[in-house]
Design a protein around this ligand. Structure first.
Ligand SMILES: [Zn+2]
Length: 86
């Protein structure tokens, strides 16, 4: 497991930062707030920092990636995630 995902779980447990439900270990996913595709498009390294990381259940991870990261809906979900992150 990547060190950032491990730290996210250590500090936050297996609770989804989107819907608040506790997920099974296999279903908790590491979400990059600034998505990997956005960094790649700008020819920047992917931001794997704790600050750019979050934990989402499978369902919420699919949901947030229905939007592009500059969409209002993406920003609203990101605000919620950040409120739920320790
Ligand atoms: Zn969720």
């Amino acid at each position: 497991m990547h060190a950032t995902k491990a730290l996210l779980i250590l500090r936050n447990g297996l609770r989804c930062m989107g819907c608040g439900k506790v997920a099974e270990y296999k279903d908790i996913q590491w979400h990059h707030i600034k998505p990997k595709y956005a960094s790649k498009a700008n020819h920047e390294p992917v931001d794997d920092s704790y600050e750019n990381g979050s934990l989402l259940c499978k369902r919420c991870h699919i949901e947030i990636h229905k939007y592009l990261w500059w969409d209002m809906e993406y920003q609203l979900l990101t605000d919620l995630i950040e409120d739920n992150k320790r």
